[in-house]
Write a protein that binds this ligand. Sequence first.
Ligand code: NAD
Length: 552
Amino acid sequence: MPRDNPRNPGFPIPSGSELRAKGWRQEALLRLMENVLAVGEDPDNLVVYAALGKAARDKAAHDAIVRALTVMDEDQTLVIQSGKPVGLMKTSAEAPKVIMANCNIVGQWANAETFYDLERKGLVCWGGLTAGAWQYIGSQGVIQGTYEIFMRIAERRFGGTLEGRFVLTAGLGGMGGAQPLAGRMAGAAILCVEIDPERARKRREIGYLDEIAPDLDGALARIEQARAKGQALSVGLVGNAAEIYPRIAARGIVPDIVTDQTSAHDLVYGYVPVGYDLERVRRLRSQNPSELIPAGRASIAQHVRAMLHFQRAGAEVFDNGNLIRTQAQAGGVADAFDIPVFTEAYLRPLFCRAIGPFRWMALSGDPADIARIDDLVLEMFPDNRIVTNWIRLARENVPFEGLPARIAWLGHGERSALARRVNELVAAGELKGPVAFSRDHLDSAGMAHPNIMTENMRDGSDAIADWPLLDAMLLCASRADLVAIHSGGGGYAGYMTSAGVTIIADGTAAADVRLEQAIDNDTGLGVIRYADAGYPEAQDEVARKGINHLKL
Ligand code: NAD
């Protein structure tokens, strides 16, 4: 029986043991699509997160996907082109159940204008990373990544803790909404600026924000009180970040850490320019979208100049994967790239070892299944400090949204060992139902994005998209249940290529093979990608884990 979903009424959270499809693998993928809408930002318009990241092309395509997943046999594969099902093909029980390619636009035309045009004509939809591939689990999906970034900075600059430190950021949407909780978990006093009062209210309601300040004075006073006492606190402030950041700078205040997670990548459907209220922006989106592009760029220029000011005054400033520097540079800020990107600055040594945002979802809908797997992680990896620390923190602090789920940054060999052990628990009836394993596309083998994931690669291979494409083909060959290739969308048009994967632990022997091959080959290729680029950590991982990297 699906559970009611007060957050998005009309989009119930799937649960229970009754199947609508002909097998658990198809049922699982159907539940995951339902889940991304249940936790999505604007499910009536199929939008899951990141301004325009959609679960399906349109309502008709969505309904057709539901029908196809319900009727398909285990020896068929559903083919999805930019959120629209186009074929149900005879393959084999070993083959993926769903393959999809979302918003891959031929190089010469891969720009925002062509994307918006094709999207309006109903010919493509953007899948974001995890929206179109039905792997989104709400803000939890990026909480650990954000937390790990804060902790890396804490270790490097602040003696291992953010207690007594002021973090300034913006954007409380699907992904950015994770920031207040991650900041509080790291011990900081964190101020989050958000233009849309409804988004701020949502994060307050689920407890990610401790409070919403009435104005800038009130917000800074609360931050200062918390900072002085070393108290962890998350404060929201409704306003435009491009105005608020310079106002904070003008008062001579320098936060310890500054970043931003507004949807700066999309100047039409995402970023709100200074001087525009939400109503006007919404109207312009349909009536005169081209007005928003120069206005957005000008505001982002102002926004990033304030970030550069904070950086020069000693703050730790970083781009959190929203293309804000790219937009600012196009808007005339020549030194925007003095701000580093989070992957290169903090996380690359982890990606070299394929340690990245692995996740699992309890398809039964029962939180007890996740609690059991939490215990299992602690038992299996007692010496992995990142993961044991995270699981303990997440248990206490991270509420479930939609299907109960957990994220943990596990690496090569660890991910498959956990998934196979979970598959045994499913087989033994120790869990209430099967479990889906997946990861963010922003992972070692899964993404080429020269302004986010692969910026300043050691060998200069930033722009090469072969790796995620090879990854997707390898995942199909390794029998994963869902494989996706994504690109495009608004500001991301032409900027990235990524691969996504989901594998269902349904307790069968065949699932055991799928989990081992797909997960190990995915992480193995990720380590090879970085070893090939000359990273010593990856070369060490190749040697330590016996990964079959063919060196010339
Ligand atoms: P979203 O569209 O759900 O939320 C963006 C939020 O920014 C909205 O709430 C919007 O009201 C707010 N906003 C827009 N303009 C603003 C302004 N000028 N001032 C203050 N608030 C403003 O997007 P999301 O899913 O939260 O993603 C945010 C960005 O982060 C996107 O660019 C996304 O692609 C990127 N992202 C990064 C990572 C990562 O791993 N670092 C992961 C996912 C997404």
